[in-house]
Every structure is written in C-alpha cells, then in structure tokens.
Design a protein around this ligand. Structure first.
Ligand SMILES: CC(=O)SCCNC(=O)CCNC(=O)[C@H](O)C(C)(C)COP(=O)(O)OP(=O)(O)OC[C@H]1O[C@@H](n2cnc3c(N)ncnc32)[C@H](O)[C@@H]1OP(=O)(O)O
Length: 397
C-alpha cells in the first residue's frame, strides 16, 4: 500500500538517493543537494508493503517561489522539482497521486500557480501544465571581430567575486524581473548555489563563474579552452547589453560564445552587424505553467488592452477552475464567474501556455486546441496578453 506523507528532514538522504536512481547521476556533492532538498516541501510516496520496512518509492519536491508576471507582480508559485518514482513502482499512478497532493497543498498555501521544467514533454499536459515560454540557444563566432549595430555604453566594466553577486547583481536582476515575465525571485542562497555556483556540474571542465558588471547590467560566464559559455545576463538598456556582448566577444584566447539558454527575443540576433556570426543551435520548451487559481492568476497580471472576454475553462483535476469566467482586462483586471456564452473554450493547460504572453492564442486556435466561438476573440485576447519583453525563465530547477 502506498501512503503519501511529508518526508522528514532526517530522511533527505533517501530523497537524494531516489533522485540519483531515477535521473541516473552519482550523488557526489551531497551537502549541496541536502541544502537544495532543505528548501523543498517534500512529499514522499512510501510503500509499506512486503518487506515490513518503508520504501521511499516516489517523491515530489515543491520549492516555494515567486514568479514574475506581466506588469511586474511576483506571484506565489509552487516550483515543482525532484519528481521521481522508483523503476520498481512505475506506472501505477504514484505520480498522479503526488501531483494532486501538490496542487491541494498549493491551494491551501494560497499559491495561484505551479511551475516546472519537464524531463519529458508527454508527462505534464495531463496535469494541466502548458509550455509558457521557450528558450533559444546559439553560438557566436568570435574568431573574427564581432561588430554590433548598437553603440555600446562604454562606461567601465568590472569583474567581481562570487560572494559579491547577490548584493551587486540583485538590484539589476530585480529591474529585469519587473519588466520581463517568467523570471524567478532569487535570494542570496539561490544566487550563490545556483546562478553563480562554484562548479557547473553538467560541464565540470569549465572554470568557476566569472561575473562582469556594468552600471546598467551584468553577465555571468565561464570559460573552457577557446569557449565562453554564457549563463546569465541582464541589461537595463540595449547599449549596456551591447557593451556586455562586446566584452564577451573580445576575451583574449577565445573564439566562440556559447549561449545555450537565452530569451526568444534576445537582441544580439539583431545587434550583430553580420548575422551569420550568430548561429541558432537550439529551441526548446522551458517553463511549464499550471494555473491553480484561475481568477487569482488572471487578476494578478497586467493587460495591454482594455477589453472583456468570456472564457470557458476545462480542468480535469482542479474543479474550482472549471466553467465560465468573465475576464475584464482593464487597468483593474477582473475575473468573475458568469453564465454568458463563451468567446473562447480552452483547457487550463492552454491558459497556462498563453498566460505570460509567450504563446499566441491564435496559434492554439489554428492547431485546434482552443475553440473560438466569437470571431476575432483570439486576436483580441492576444492584443490584451501582449508583453513588451518575451517571457523568459533562466532558472532551471
Ligand atoms: C519536474 C520534474 O522533476 S521532471 C522529472 C520527472 N522524473 C523523471 O523523468 C525521472 C524518471 N521517471 C520517473 O521517475 C517516473 O517514470 C515518472 C515520475 C515520470 C512517472 O511516474 P509514474 O508513477 O510511473 O507515473 P504514473 O503511473 O502516475 O503515470 C501517470 C500517467 O502519466 C503517463 N506517464 C508517466 N510517465 C510518462 C513518460 N515518461 N512519458 C509518457 N507518459 C508518461 C502514464 O502512462 C500515465 O498515463 P495515464 O494517466 O494516461 O494512464
């Protein structure tokens, strides 16, 4: 018999072992993982059957987070991570029962949304998650001068140490969160253990992080042989961004920049005087978003256009979301229950996909996922959802 219960602090080593088993890694850096597990609300699926001893057969971790939404509000978010079920227990519904528990706990804690990075695309749509943003990767050939169409802000740059990162980068990052949806709030531990971690465990041959700071922005990168690998960048103006790219492109003894996870509207693609120097090498789903409290989430973001819509929302797992909602997208957004005929009929997963402004409703109508009952309603909702900066999540948890 499987029983779901919280995993106590003295059992986190089993959480690490389970993660290592299902994600196929050696748990060498246990202290770091213990600190990560300590941030989580941990739900374990314990199997008491057979041997007498409890087996931790499945687990989900929820990190309490805050997600930036259009208009700059930070919305309480259940960041779902460390999901795993032992190979001996797979496909018996353990994940489904744990996800329902995560959603119930989030509702009780007043978190209107949940989010995750999926290990595999087919898993999470059934639970009401939709792809809210993508990220692109590219390589820049810097073996020859990298000329830009934007004049760099040539105020001095400086390199700082890791320990200074939270204090120096924090305010610059906060400005970025306020204007671009999809980002996660970072506290000091998050900066030090994740954004500027001493080692990139996925690419251990790269150096420790180098942190270059401009008065209006920063970049975090590491190098290995002739490659500069970009991890994080934020710049308040295009000119500051140009200064950071110019710096990265001109580091001696290097000949390329690899930027694996950048926003889809990254300026560098258009800044490059020779577009052939920037080669797009990847485009993948990034954050999967789940609206757990539809009216609270829709009221929390700002809208680009004053309009009104009736949405008929289907939700297989969270009954409180189901039904017709009258959404008013003015300066004071409203979302109330209604009996009026719907303009659009859609699943909560697709509402999650369009929520941050990263997926056009019209596209989902064309693929057949969203039904447009009032002609033109999808285009009008796209106008209301529009955001000046594409949603982007640079924290893969
Ligand atoms: C946010 C994150 O942490 S993402 C990381 C997810 N973890 C992993 O990928 C680690 C390796 N995999 C595992 O640990 C497990 O196989 C899990 C967690 C993905 C699935 O756990 P299970 O307990 O087997 O899932 P469960 O039995 O509840 O399956 C529920 C449904 O999802 C489907 N499903 C589960 N895993 C997959 C998959 N990898 N691909 C496609 N469908 C899947 C099942 O077929 C089932 O479908 P149904 O409802 O139509 O019958």
């Amino acid at each position: 018999m499987i029983e779901l219960r919280e995993v106590p602090a003295d059992d986190v080593d089993r959480v690490i072992d389970l993660a290592a088993t299902v994600f196929h890694f050696r748990a060498v850096d246990r202290d770091r993982m213990r600190r990560w597990a300590a941030r989580m609300e941990r739900i374990g699926a314990y199997d008491a059957g057979g041997s007498g001893a409890d087996v931790l057969a499945g687990q989900v971790g929820v990190v309490p987070q805050r997600l930036s939404v259009p208009g700059g509000a930070l919305l309480d978010c259940a960041a779902v991570t460390f999901v795993g079920v032992l190979p001996t227990h797979r496909r018996r519904g353990i994940l489904s029962s744990m996800i329902d528990r995560v959603h119930a706990d989030a509702a009780a804690a007043g978190r209107p949304v949940a989010a995750l990075w999926a290990s595999e695309g087919p898993i999470y749509g059934r639970y009401g998650y939709g792809v809210a943003n993508r990220r692109i990767g590219y390589e820049i050939d810097t073996s020859r001068p990298f000329r830009l169409r934007t004049a760099p802000d040539d105020r001095p740059l400086r390199l700082i140490g890791r320990a200074e990162a939270p204090g120096v980068l924090g305010p610059l990052y906060a400005r970025e969160l306020a204007r671009r949806p999809g980002g996660l709030a970072r506290d000091e531990e998050w900066w030090l253990e994740r954004t500027v971690a001493p080692v990139d465990h996925g690419n251990p041959r790269y150096t420790e992080p180098r942190i270059v700071v401009h008065p209006e922005g920063y970049a975090v990168y590491r190098t290995h042989e002739r490659t500069v690998r970009l991890y994080d960048m934020a710049a308040g103006t295009p000119q500051a961004e140009a200064a950071l790219w110019e710096y990265l492109a001109s580091i001696d003894l290097t000949r390329e920049i690899v930027a694996p996870e950048r926003p889809v509207d990254d300026l560098v693609l258009h800044m490059a005087a020779d577009p052939d120097q920037v080669r797009v090498t990847g485009d993948a789903a990034a954050l999967w978003l789940r609206l757990l409290d539809v009216p609270a989430a829709l009221r929390a973001r700002s809208w680009a256009v004053d309009d009104a819509f009736v949405l008929d929302v289907a939700d297989a797992r969270v009954p409180g979301n189901r039904g017709r909602w009258r959404l008013a997208t003015g300066a004071e957004p409203g979302c109330e229950r209604t009996d009026e005929a719907p303009d659009l009929v859609l699943d909560v997963a697709d509402l999650g996909a369009v929520y941050l402004g990263g997926t056009p409703v019209r596209t989902l109508v064309r693929v057949g996922a969203v039904a447009e009952r009032t002609p033109g309603a999808a285009a009008r909702l796209d106008a209301a959802l529009a955001v000046p900066f594409a949603p982007y999540t640079n924290d893969n948890f």
